[in-house]
Design a protein around this ligand. Structure first.
Ligand code: ZN
Length: 502
């Protein structure tokens, strides 16, 4: 009887999963190869699939089956596949049920309009144009939170969407401690002569950059039998099954870092999902457990591995042989300093790994203040300028490179959009530290271009679990303790202490 119910639930959810993944294929095509003329129909097609998937998912039958399986779940160990399947499905189901479909439709339509306005307002430096949209976004974000009564902070339900298990209060405490440690490091580095990165800013032809970027991620462990790389405007990873996890990239012929580090970053996201337990195929357990954990994997590979000296001991001679003219006379140390240049800059996505978190903290604080009603959308550009100047010592010359720079608030909701990036940085060092404890040989292997030990440790300890554990549960399981910033601060001090006087 129980098995019959479980099979019925799995069959139902497999269809939901198929619809969502079919929509994802359309989204990938839209961002890569679709001609512009396909745009209106494509938006509608994706919305239709999402609507049918949602209707199927919130069907009363799903709730009945979950109720019928509650006793069975209790009889199982917490981390068994079946118990986890039921638990994660129930969490998703209850969350989906709380938001009325009509509200969701309104939110999506508003998001699409707001995004469209933003694509025109940003280049025009015209905050006034998006202001009414953003005011409505704030209003809708508050309403969305209110479908989840009983929260401690109004941002909590919104943070929970991206980083299940985290709350404004815990993130605030973590970020406060991080900030206290980070500000002196940023100050010390940025008061010294900046690194010279002119060797990255020569002419690097597209074809060779694409080839090198592909070779590197193949060597890290990204499986091209279950993935591929295509060009797009804003690189992303997307997956349609554990057997098809794709990444996208972009090329700047006058900057060597773009394609390479974007590939390594997105391949980090992709290896996480390629490494899911094959038994979770087509179930809610496949994928990544939170924005923060997902980002910890992209950043572990991009920054801790891809910007390490050991990594380049192996790859720099290869890179030099691909670009002999451009890198003639450039030493490994010069190159290493160039790819780890730290500077106070305007744009979050271009920021180095040290100053990056200050960009995130500023955004999180504004999200919380906006949701609390302590800051109005009208005053946001001014508040941005003031805070930016006090944090970075730079006055943004306009709103385009200030409050208008990130898509998140203009295409989605206000709340929960940014904390995952910094949580990811913090967790990347935490997880890497654990991998080193288990396998102290990893840094030496890296110098020989071998990444298998690290990749399989990550697969065993993080990737294969997919969504089985929440981020706080996963951290506890891997490290034996709660999330702490200390390994991340140690990592920064060690790495940048060798590059600068700290
Ligand atoms: Zn990422």
């Amino acid at each position: 009887m129980t098995q019959k119910k479980l099979n019925e639930l799995k069959a139902l959810l497999a269809e939901v999963n198929d619809l969502n993944n079919a929509a994802a294929v359309l989204g990938w095509d839209q961002a890569t190869y679709m001609p512009a003329g396909g745009s209106p129909a494509r938006g509608r097609q994706m919305a239709t699939l999402a609507k049918v998937a949602q209707e199927k998912f919130i069907d009363k039958r799903v709730g009945k089956l979950l109720d019928g399986l509650a006793k069975y779940e209790e009889s199982l160990p917490y981390d068994s596949d079946d118990a986890s399947y039921i638990r994660v499905t129930r969490h998703d189901y209850e969350r989906a049920l709380k938001v009325p479909p009509a509200f969701l439709a309104e939110l999506n339509i508003h998001g699409a309009e707001s995004y469209q306005t933003w694509t025109e307002a940003r280049p025009a430096n015209d905050f006034a144009r998006v202001r009414p949209n953003l005011e409505k976004t704030l209003d809708l974000s508050r309403k969305l939170a209110d479908f989840f009564p009983g929260y401690e902070h109004i941002a909590d339900p919104l943070i929970d969407f991206a980083d299940y298990g985290m709350k404004a209060s815990s993130i605030r405490a973590l970020f406060k401690e991080l900030r206290e440690n980070l500000v002196p490091i940023v100050k010390a580095i940025t008061s010294q002569t900046p690194a010279d990165d002119s060797c990255l800013r020569k002419h690097y032809p597209e074809a060779e950059q694409m080839k090198f970027g592909e070779d590197v991620v193949r060597q890290l462990g990204y499986d091209f039998n279950r993935g591929r790389i295509d060009k797009t405007h804003h690189p992303f990873m997307t997956s349609f099954s554990i057997g098809d996890v794709r990444i996208t990239t972009r090329v700047k012929e006058d900057f060597l870092g773009e394609t390479l580090f974007s590939n390594v970053h997105e391949a980090g996201h992709a290896m996480y999902e390629q490494g899911n337990d094959p038994a979770h195929e087509g179930t809610p357990l496949a994928g990544g457990t939170s924005a923060g954990v997902h980002e910890s994997q992209s950043r572990l590979w991009e920054n801790i591995v891809g910007r390490s000296r050991g990594f380049w001991e192996y790859f720099f001679p290869i890179l030099q042989s691909k670009f002999p003219e451009q890198l003639k006379g450039v030493s490994l140390d010069q190159f290493y300093r160039a790819i780890n240049k730290v500077e106070k800059s305007l744009i979050r996505t271009d920021a180095d790994e040290v100053t990056y978190n200050l960009h995130v903290m500023l955004r999180l604080d504004f999200e919380l203040q906006l949701l609390e009603g302590k800051l109005s959308i009208r005053d946001l550009p001014e508040a941005w300028h003031e805070r930016f100047e006090s944090d970075f010592g730079i006055v943004p010359p306009n709103d385009s490179d200030g409050v208008l720079q990130d898509v998140h608030w203009y295409g989605g909701i206000i709340g929960g959009a940014f904390q995952g990036y910094t949580l990811g940085n913090v967790m990347s060092a935490l997880f890497y530290g654990e991998a080193l404890k288990a396998h102290p040989e990893i840094p030496n292997e890296m110098k020989q271009g071998r990444f298998g030990t690290l990749h399989s440790w990550l697969t065993q300890n993080i990737y294969r679990h997919g969504r089985k554990y929440t981020a706080p549960e996963l951290v506890k399981k891997v490290t034996g303790a709660d999330l702490t910033i200390q390994p991340y601060i140690r990592y920064l001090k060690e790495k940048y202490g060798a590059l600068y006087t700290l």
